[in-house]
Design a protein around this ligand. Sequence first.
Ligand SMILES: [Fe+2]
Length: 144
Amino acid sequence: MYKPKPLEWTVALSTGDEALDIQHKYLVDTLNKLGDAINEGHGIDSLARILGTLRFYAGWHFGKEENCFEAYHCSAAEKNKKAHAVFVDKFDIYHTEFNRSGGSNELALKIHEEISDWIVNHILVVDGELYPCIHHRPKPSLSS
Ligand SMILES: [Fe+2]
C-alpha cells in the first residue's frame, strides 16, 4: 500500500528564478504536511485545511509562473500552461469528492499519491525549461 514519504527540494529542481523556487519549496512543504497528517492520523479537518491550502497556493503559483515563462519568452510556456490546467482539473475532481463526501484518510492518501510525483516531475522537467531561458546556460545537473 502507498505510504507518503517526505519529498525534498534539491538544486536539480531549480527553475533559475528565486521567487519561483521559494514557491516550489512551499508546495513541497505543503505536500509533506499532507503526508504527515495522513501518516499520523491528524483527522479530516486538518486534511481539509491542507488540501484547501494546496489548491489555493498551486493556483496562485501557476499564474505567477506562467507570467514568468511569458516574460522570458520561454518556448515551453504553452506546454507549461497546459500541464497546469490538467493538474488543476485532476486536483479539483478529487478535491470536490473529498469535500462532498465529508473526506477520508483514504481519499487524502489517493490524492497525495496522484499529485506528489506529478508535482516533483513537473518542477524537474517542465519548469526546469525556464532555467536556460533566464540564464542562457544549462540547468545544474541532478548530481550537483
Ligand atoms: Fe509549471
